[in-house]
Design a protein around this ligand. Structure first.
Ligand SMILES: *Cc1c(COP(=O)(O)O)cnc(C)c1O
Length: 431
């Protein structure tokens, strides 16, 4: 398997190079040069497959021999060593719970897979000391920090928007220490992402440090997200393929789901569930893509005004707007609708959605209003306990704190304040 740059001004590379460099030298995102097909045996055996074996089967063609099967199976096993239950919530709607990992959000799988791949390359002397530079709107930072903690040969620098992540999220990315540094940026997530992108283009930085990204622009983080959809297909009880509602920000998760579907996984149409930051939803209606600065919402990990991974989705559909529209619809869900959805599902079904899952639930409900026979699932991307400020006043009781959160309470936050200016980031990285 080779990966080409979506800007097509750089040479194709193997998985190892794509994972180590993150982005192509021309600034493009890497994309696989062929989409593997799941064979009939794989699909027949799917329900009974062990999670690690399933992950190995899905990831092996993408890794393309740069990691031998034995090591790759161990990496896969570690990346998916917690449950991914598909939980019925209401008539025709289930929630695929992706928040049982160490940082209680779905990004754990990609971060754990990628960190172990880089660890493998570094341990073999195949990689120079690496600085992972990552912008986070909330959950990426914690997942990357946890995934990379203590990995030799890797330093992690996380940029997050000051005051725009929840207290639990902030503790997850500022309290680990060791090889992890958190930069608290006076700006939005889009500012953080722009700073990171500029750093990758800076020749003076490239001369001094081997920089790579752990955002979903990195194929080693993006591709394993296909596994969620496989775990859902394993558990889906009906014969008709499910409609899939994905709470979307940077569109990595949704793109990975569509990739798995293109490989033959039996999934119905997808819904891009967006908050007020909805350039993709507007594109699907009008055919015109107009990014806008991000605005803050209750579902903060989706506050992205110009999603990086959307180009991958366009590529997957060969830039054929009609084909894309046939597979993907979208909904924009406001903060008041998000809150009303949380409350309704809590009262009627006794199930607590986090604000991101609530956006996806509301989007799926709207879809069902037009397609009464459609059953499906939403991706519950984060544990509700990460959003007590929104949820606890609604339900009038404290959310039970899982052990992973209890361990964080009382730890001291360590972060370095940074203005949203490239010169400041550069000075820090050249220190
Ligand atoms: C990151 C995140 C999202 C958005 O995922 P993308 O792949 O960026 O679209 C949704 N929900 C939660 C809880 C997240 O952390």
């Amino acid at each position: 398997m080779q990966y080409y740059s979506l800007r097509r001004q750089a040479p194709a590379v193997d998985f190892r190079t794509a994972a180590l460099t993150g982005q192509a030298p021309d600034g493009g995102l890497y994309f696989p040069d062929n989409i593997p097909r799941f064979g009939p045996d794989f699909l027949r055996d799917l329900p009974g497959l062990d999670r690690a074996d399933l992950a190995l089967a899905v990831m092996r063609p993408y890794v393309g021999g740069t990691i031998p099967d034995g090591a790759l199976r161990a990496i896969c096993a570690a990346a998916v060593d917690f449950p991914f239950p598909l939980v019925p919530v209401s008539a025709g709607i289930a929630a695929l719970e992706l928040f049982h990992g160490p940082t209680l959000a779905f990004k754990d799988v990609g971060a754990r897979f990628m960190s172990r791949c880089l660890g493998y390359f570094a341990a073999r002397g195949d990689a120079p000391p690496v600085t992972v530079l990552v912008a986070t709107s909330g959950d990426t930072g914690g997942a990357v920090a946890s995934g990379f903690l203590g990995v030799p040969g890797v330093e992690v620098v996380i940029l997050y928007p000051r005051g725009k992540v929840s207290p639990v999220q902030e503790l997850q990315l500022t309290t680990l220490g060791q090889n992890i540094t958190a930069l608290e940026v006076s700006g939005t997530f889009d500012d953080c992402q722009a700073l990171v992108k500029q750093a990758f283009r800076d020749p003076a930085l490239a001369a001094r440090r081997f920089l790579t990204s752990a955002n979903s622009i990195n194929v080693a983080r993006w591709l394993p997200q296909q596994l969620y959809y496989c775990f859902a297909a394993q558990q889906w009880p009906a014969a008709a393929p499910p409609v899939v509602s994905v709470p979307s920000g940077n569109f990595g998760n949704l793109g990975a789901g569509l990739l798995a579907r293109a490989s033959g996984l039996p999934l119905g149409p997808f819904i891009a569930a967006c908050n007020a930051n909805d350039p993709v939803a507007r594109y699907l209606q009008s055919g015109a893509y107009a990014p806008r600065p991000a605005v803050a919402t209750h579902s903060n990990a989706m506050d992205v005004g110009d999603p990086s991974n959307f180009v991958r989705i366009l590529e997957l559909f060969g830039h054929d707007f009609d084909a894309l529209q046939a597979a993907l619809s979208a909904a924009t869900v406001s903060d008041p609708d998000t809150v009303a959805t949380v409350l309704q599902v809590w009262m009627e079904n006794g199930y607590l959605l986090d604000p991101h899952a609530a956006v996806a639930y509301a989007a799926l409900l709207r879809y069902q209003a037009g397609h009464p026979d459609a059953a499906g699932f939403l991706l519950a991307t984060a544990h509700p306990v990460k959003f007590p400020d929104v949820l606890e006043p609604l339900i009038g009781q404290p959310i039970e704190r899982p052990e992973a959160v209890q361990r964080l309470q009382g730890r001291a936050k360590q972060s370095i304040p940074l203005p949203a200016e490239f010169a400041a980031l550069k000075e820090f990285l050249l220190r």
